[in-house]
Design a protein around this ligand. Sequence first.
Ligand SMILES: NC(=O)C1=CN([C@@H]2O[C@H](COP(=O)(O)OP(=O)(O)OC[C@H]3O[C@@H](n4cnc5c(N)ncnc54)[C@H](OP(=O)(O)O)[C@@H]3O)[C@@H](O)[C@H]2O)C=CC1
Ligand SMILES: O=C(O)C1=N[C@H](C(=O)O)C[C@H](O)C1
Length: 271
Amino acid sequence: MSDMRLVVVGAAGRMGRMLIRAIDQADGCTLVAAIERPGSAALGEDAGILAGLPASGIKVTSDAAAAFASADGVLDFTAPDATVAFAKLAADAGILHVVGTTGLEPTHLAELAEAAKRTPIIRSGNMSLGVNLLAALVRKVAATLGTDWDIEIVEMHHRMKVDAPSGTAVLLGEAAAEGRAVDLAQQRVAGRDGITGARQAGTIGFAALRGGTVVGDHKVIFAGAGERLELAHVAEDRSLFAQGAVKAALWGRGREARLYSMADVLGLDAL
Ligand SMILES: NC(=O)C1=CN([C@@H]2O[C@H](COP(=O)(O)OP(=O)(O)OC[C@H]3O[C@@H](n4cnc5c(N)ncnc54)[C@H](OP(=O)(O)O)[C@@H]3O)[C@@H](O)[C@H]2O)C=CC1
Ligand SMILES: O=C(O)C1=N[C@H](C(=O)O)C[C@H](O)C1
C-alpha cells in the first residue's frame, strides 16, 4: 500500500512540530502539507526546518482546503474553533481527521459528531497508551468502589496551557463517571474557592495546576475513610502524544465514517 499522505494543521505549534517529526520517523506515512492560520509568522517556512529536521521542501501555507484535497488524513492539535472548521473541511474532502485538541465545549463536540457522519474522526484528550490504560483502570476502580470513596482528579501542566481542566483530566473523569454509571456533567466540581461547604457525596472533583514546563501530570485519587488509592500518569515528553496520533492515523485509514477514540485504536475497549 502507498504511504498515507498526512497534513499537519497548527504546524508551528508545540505539538505541530512534534507531529512533523513523528511522521518523519514513522513507516507508512508521509507529510504532504503543513498548515498555519493566515497571517502566521510561520507561513512560507519549511516544515522540516520548523521541526528541527532537514529541509523537506514543504512550505507552511494557510490553504487547508487545497492541502486536504490531495491527502488521506489530517493531524489536528490546534484550538477548538479551528478544529471544528478543519472537521468540516476534512469531511468535505473525505479524509480522516485525528483530533488531539482539548478544551472542546459541547457545541464543538456536536459539530465533530456531525462531521463524523461523513468521514472518520479519531478524537482523544490524550493519545498516549499509558493514559488510555489508566482510564480503563479508573473505570474499573470507580465501578468497584461506592460513593463513600470520593474521586478527585489533579493535573499539572506547563505555564502556556490555555484550557482547564485538561482534556486528559476530563477523559479520566468521564471514565470514573462511566464506572459509576453517572453523567459527569451532573457530578463535576471544578475550581473550589472560598466557603464551598462540605463535599457532596458522589461528585467528581477537578484541580488544575499550571507552571513551568511540565508536559502533563495526572492523578486520580479515590479517597475513602482512613485509606486512599491514587492512580497516576506522568508524561515525560510530548513526542509520545505525536507518536500516538500517527498510530491513530495509520489505524484509521480506510475505516468507515464515525467517531473513534484512542481506546478503539489501542484495543482497550474490552478492558
Ligand atoms: N490529545 C493529546 O494527546 C494532546 C493534546 N494537546 C492539545 O493540543 C492543542 C495544541 O497544543 P499545543 O501544541 O501545546 O499548542 P500551541 O499553541 O503551541 O499550538 C497550536 C497551534 O495551532 C495553531 N492554530 C490555531 N488556530 C489555527 C487555525 N485556525 N489555523 C491554523 N492553525 C491554527 C496555533 O497558531 P497561533 O499560535 O497563530 O494561534 C498554533 O501554532 C491543545 O488543545 C492541547 O491541549 C496537546 C498535547 C497532547
Ligand atoms: O496542552 C498540553 O500540553 C496537553 N494537553 C492535553 C490535555 O489537555 O490533557 C494532553 C497532555 O496532557 C498535554
